[in-house]
Design a binder for this molecule. Sequence first.
Ligand SMILES: Cc1cc2nc3c(=O)[nH]c(=O)nc-3n(C[C@H](O)[C@H](O)[C@H](O)COP(=O)(O)OP(=O)(O)OC[C@H]3O[C@@H](n4cnc5c(N)ncnc54)[C@H](O)[C@@H]3O)c2cc1C
Ligand SMILES: O=C(O)[C@@H]1CCCCN1
Length: 406
Amino acid sequence: MGELIFQPSPRELVPNTNNMSSVEYDCIVIGAGVQGSFTAYQLAKRNKKTLLLEQFVLPHTRGSSHGQTRIIRKAYEQDFYTQMMDECYKLWSQLEREAGVTLYRQTGLLVMGPEHSDSYLLYKNTMERNNVPMVILTPENFSQHIPNVILAEGDGALVDINAGVLYADRALKTVQGQFQKLGGVIRDKEKVTDITPGPVVTVSTSAGVYRAKSLVITAGPWANKLLAHIGLQLPLEVQKINVCYWKEKVPGTYDVKKRFPCFLLTEGEESDRHIYGLPSNEYPGLVKICYHIGGETDPDHRDKQTDRSDIGILQRFVARCFPGLIPEPAVVESCMYTLTPDSHFVLDCHPAYSNIVFGAGFSGHGFKFGPIIGKLLCELSLGEVPSYDLSPFRIRRFQGNTKSAL
Ligand SMILES: Cc1cc2nc3c(=O)[nH]c(=O)nc-3n(C[C@H](O)[C@H](O)[C@H](O)COP(=O)(O)OP(=O)(O)OC[C@H]3O[C@@H](n4cnc5c(N)ncnc54)[C@H](O)[C@@H]3O)c2cc1C
Ligand SMILES: O=C(O)[C@@H]1CCCCN1
């Protein structure tokens, strides 16, 4: 039997005798990361009797959704992400109001990249086309707006004004709490060990057996391990990311309270371009600056992956562009990305069992979309037409890459 992390409401006290739950759920969601938690919450909002299963004791730091902060932004290269963020910002603030908590803090996002490069221009043009409020900085006025950062020679810079920081751990706790308030059931410390498809899906865990009309799989880096039970494997690569924090020489220089922005370097051929950062917030005096590529890992053996070749790249970047930081990481934590070949998400139904849907491959940028992913997976699991065009996210784009044992 899993532990409940919040006060149980009456519906959470479901009987589970002889390892077989007598309750049939409308939906079971596997994985209580950001995507599964928002999906469960959306289902409960639609009055669906929902069970959220999690293999670890909540909260935990072994997947992709832990830590204090994530970037929220509209700045993207593709219209479809920028456009989804419109509603997503509204859903985040709706959740804030509903729960009476602050989950978002506006800081702006500084985007830097070679002014005439494809990637930088894609960001700029997508934002202009979609009327995203932004400011373009010139090399002349850059340091006046962003002191203590050196803009590289030839780089353009723009700021996505409404971007900012999401308080990730707090967001997860909040959405899980709201789900429970709506009568949803969370069972943590229950690893799913088997799935039997059918008009009623049967899910076996380390502690019991549950049945539901539909199933949503949001297992993060473990997606393929779960999908193997239903004969599906996706072209996903799991990477361990070294989450590095750098000490300010003068405390407060890059602080969130001073509205120091989040930043990212746009893509390019050079290895030192895959860098992003967030203002100092969770550890006073420490700024989070990370490399966007990690070493491949098995999620069950994350800590065996000890590749730190990114640290040298980050040190050189910090020394060159952030003169107010000591170019030696003060803290290094771990997190995992689950990457698709095109870095776009996977949101789809099982090709043979339409009552099994999955969200996977969030490729290191899925947190901000949690509320919309939850809504879309909820719609798919109810057999409804999804609110957005899902063609960029369907598995058929992988064609030969998708191994189906069916
Ligand atoms: C370092 C880092 C920085 C990032 N920065 C940003 C950012 O700035 N902005 C942004 O939008 N996104 C960002 N992301 C991406 C974002 O955090 C992820 O896309 C998102 O957290 C993925 O959530 P998930 O629910 O898919 O996966 P997870 O959070 O991993 O959730 C999956 C859950 O399923 C559970 N599970 C797996 N197998 C089983 C099983 N058999 N039985 C029961 N439970 C199971 C796992 O234990 C886990 O809790 C970042 C990610 C990392 C790692
Ligand atoms: O999703 C984001 O906004 C960030 C961008 C930089 C890499 C990590 N994820």
